[in-house]
Design a protein around this ligand. Structure first.
Ligand SMILES: CC(C)(COP(=O)(O)OP(=O)(O)OC[C@H]1O[C@@H](n2cnc3c(N)ncnc32)[C@H](O)[C@@H]1OP(=O)(O)O)[C@@H](O)C(=O)NCCC(=O)NCCS
Length: 195
């Protein structure tokens, strides 16, 4: 069946479903978190033309996935503005390409809105699905007690014909050795313990 995409802002009826998924994946360890509170937070942020951009995948009449293009998710990377995050496909629909299609759709919509570089963090330290889709590893860091791989995808070249351009630090794909504590290509960025 055909997979379609819509902004969550256009489908307020889907907010609680999405909030339930997010709570199921990431909210349970957060004290005081509930799907209803998460839904309230989402409703206060959804927009048709501003970031964060919330995208849902739909098959027939069913909502089958969610992902977001967010602003400054990992505050330790002050120069990385746009992030892919909160990607979730409910268990019964996994492994059918919906997650990949959602990622590509968010990339497409981000590019359309002028985003030049997207970043993400994943606990899949080999890059999992994202590696397969062409995302490049940036570095592995311990963020809030969890080892994550930070990855990036260049959406728009910074190179302008006729101009001399130096490689952007964003295109760095150097990885620090696991658990070295080294901050990889961004040693000058002060690491903060909280956002
Ligand atoms: C990650 C997720 C969105 C993938 O959705 P999906 O519709 O199953 O994705 P696809 O069918 O396009 O691709 C499946 C691939 O994703 C990979 N994958 C599974 N969990 C993953 C994860 N947490 N991060 C990255 N890749 C993952 C699988 O290895 C699988 O690869 P394979 O086909 O070679 O076995 C889904 O598994 C999910 O909701 N997981 C729980 C929430 C989560 O971990 N989100 C990602 C946060 S970075």
């Amino acid at each position: 069946m055909k997979l379609e995409f819509q902004l969550l802002a256009e489908r307020p009826d889907a907010v609680l479903t999405v909030a339930n998924w997010l709570h199921g994946e990431w909210g349970q360890e957060v004290e005081g978190s509930s799907p209803e509170k998460l839904a309230e937070g989402i409703v206060s942020r959804v927009s048709v033309d501003q970031f964060p951009m919330h995208v849902i995948a739909i098959q027939g009449n069913e909502i089958v996935g969610f992902g977001a293009l967010k602003i400054r998710v990992m505050k330790i990377y002050e120069d990385r503005e746009h992030w892919l995050g909160s990607l979730v496909v409910p268990g019964e629909h996994r492994g059918k390409g919906i997650g990949s299609a959602l990622i590509n759709e968010i990339v497409r919509r981000g590019r359309e809105r002028g985003v030049s570089l997207l970043s993400l963090q994943t606990e899949e330290l080999d890059g999992g699905l994202y590696s397969k889709l062409g995302w490049k590893p940036v570095e592995q860091v311990n963020y809030r007690g969890i080892e994550v791989l930070v990855m990036e995808r260049l959406l728009r070249s910074n190179w302008v014909a006729g101009e001399v351009s130096l490689p952007s630090p964003h295109t760095t794909t150097r990885l620090s050795p696991p658990n070295s504590g080294h901050t990889g290509p961004y040693p000058a960025v002060p690491r903060r313990s909280e956002e």
